[in-house]
Design a protein. Structure first.
Length: 418
């Protein structure tokens, strides 16, 4: 029986595994390292976060992004965006050096067992552990507006469904959304020869400011400190004090996680959008249906009235909405035992343990507990160290710490195992 199984091999899963291995735990990692970054983001994108705020986490801080970039002969400079391809390669390098070898199979089901949890891989093999950390990333939670969900993928797709956008060259494409993914996708489509419009629900676009210089007078730093989520005290609190954020009232935490940082886009995308991409503000798709050559959209204006647009394809860059009912691969029986907050995500304690002892969560699904930093790579450092402390505490608790539902002592009912 393993001490810890880590399900997911993105920045959070790899960071948790690195800390667990360094702590001497018997740990196994499942998932293809950096798969979301390599397979669900268009080529040509850049990280929104600063290079120094984009590190995966190992306890000694040896395997940082700037170290990798130095090996590559590409300095990681402040206010110099990092290409997506470079970051994905960095994650693979981190996995080779800081993490026990990953089992690249997908875990299809996690369910309780006597003394711990079972993880069943896609090919049917079962692994047993005292604790499990789910770090499934954001892909299970991709959100498409209701008006578009019934249409087939050749007409409507989510922005995370693309690694290449050049297949849209010469076509009319409508991008839904006003955040980073939407506007950078629109810019890339335009640069690759598509006819593009962006439909934005808000009345204006929001752009991040150019970061202030790294070295500056102390009084400027005191007025607006750097943080992993941008300059300013508001961002600093969210980025650097997730433990304090966890102490806020639940309603405040949930509201802050949902709307604290966006939607907005990076300063370096602005010049690629303004004057080049048709942006329709205050618009929302209320109905859509297939039509010859693509689809027909009914678009409502916030000022009243509606118009009809025809396009060949819609890309919904409308973000992610974590929720328990979409948390793969938790079994239905285990899912029924997890307490949730007002936003439908599982509640987690101060060390990222769910309400079921031994099941830990990491990443975007914990944002309502620890704040918007959990939606960024920067949050992996706090998560990894804190979560592994929680795992070690749970392991010290021993079998007596497991609250086994009704059944013979030491046996998990079949309804819960499923």
């Amino acid at each position: 029986m393993y001490d810890l199984l880590v399900v997911g091999a993105g920045p959070y899963g790899l960071s948790v595994a690195s800390h667990a291995a360094a702590a001497g735990l018997d740990v196994r990692v499942f998932g293809r390292p950096m798969a979301s970054w390599r397979e669900h983001m268009p080529r040509g994108m850049y990280l929104r976060s600063e290079p120094w705020a984009s590190n995966l986490s190992d306890p000694e801080g040896r395997w940082r992004l700037d170290v990798f970039c130095a090996f590559r002969g590409r300095p990681a400079r402040h206010a110099d965006p990092v290409p997506l391809e470079v970051f994905a390669e960095y994650g693979l390098w981190f996995a080779r050096n800081a993490v026990p070898g990953a089992d690249e199979r997908t875990v299809a089901r996690v369910a309780p067992c006597a003394g711990g949890l079972d993880a069943v891989t896609e090919d049917g093999e079962t692994f047993r552990a005292r604790t499990v950390a789910l770090a499934v990333g954001v892909q299970p939670f991709a959100h498409v507006p209701a008006a578009l969900r019934a249409l087939p993928p050749d007409l409507v797709s989510h922005s995370s469904h693309h690694t290449r956008l050049d297949r849209f060259r010469g076509r009319d494409v409508t991008v839904i959304g006003g955040g980073q993914a939407a506007l950078e996708t629109a810019a890339l489509l335009t640069e690759q020869g598509a006819r593009v419009r962006a439909l934005v629900r808000a009345d204006r676009l929001r752009w991040d400011d150019v970061p202030p210089p790294w070295e500056r007078p102390w009084w400027r730093s005191a007025r607006s400190p750097h943080s992993g989520l941008g300059a300013g005290w508001h961002n600093w609190f969210h980025a650097e004090r997730p433990g304090l954020y966890r102490r806020l009232p639940e309603r405040t935490r949930t509201r802050g996680a949902a709307g604290a940082l966006g939607p907005a886009s990076s300063w370096w995308v602005r010049e690629r959008v303004e004057g080049r991409v048709e942006v329709l503000l205050g618009r929302e798709v209320v109905a859509a249906r297939a039509a010859p050559g693509g689809l027909r959209l009914e678009v409502a204006s916030r000022r009243g009235g509606s118009t009809v647009l025809e396009t060949s394809h819609v890309i919904a860059a409308t973000g992610y909405r974590p929720a328990l009912d979409r948390l793969r691969p938790v079994s239905p029986g285990l899912r029924a035992l997890l307490a949730t907050g007002a936003d439908g995500t599982p509640e987690v304690g101060v060390e990222f343990e769910s309400s079921y002892p031994g099941l830990f969560l990491a990443g975007a699904i914990t944002a309502s507990g620890f704040g918007p930093a959990m939606r960024s790579v920067h949050g992996a450092t706090f998560t990894a160290g804190t979560l592994v402390r929680g795992v070690r505490r749970r392991l010290r608790t021993g079998p007596a710490g497991w609250r086994i539902p009704a059944g013979r002592r030491g046996e998990v009912p079949e309804a819960v195992r499923r």
